[in-house]
Design a protein. Structure first.
Length: 71
């Protein structure tokens, strides 16, 4: 199978574009300090993060109610 210069060029450009995209994705993760940028990155971690946020909100609500009960 012969490859034309145009096919080789297109393949190389696609590879470079793909590498740049992965580089940007990893750079965004590093700069934000987050391993998961969007839920589709890691659905299990995203659901755990939601559960942690809900628990924190519930604990804050309990603390507020406890403060009102003391007064």
């Amino acid at each position: 199978m012969r490859l034309s210069s145009n096919q080789i060029y297109t393949q190389r450009v696609d590879n470079i574009t793909s590498s740049q995209s992965r580089w940007m994705t990893e750079g965004n993760k590093i700069s934000s300090g987050r391993r998961v940028e969007k839920p589709s990155d890691d659905p299990m971690a995203a659901s755990q993060a939601v559960m942690v946020k809900q628990s924190e909100a519930r604990n804050q609500q309990y603390a507020t109610a406890r403060g009102f009960a003391k007064n």
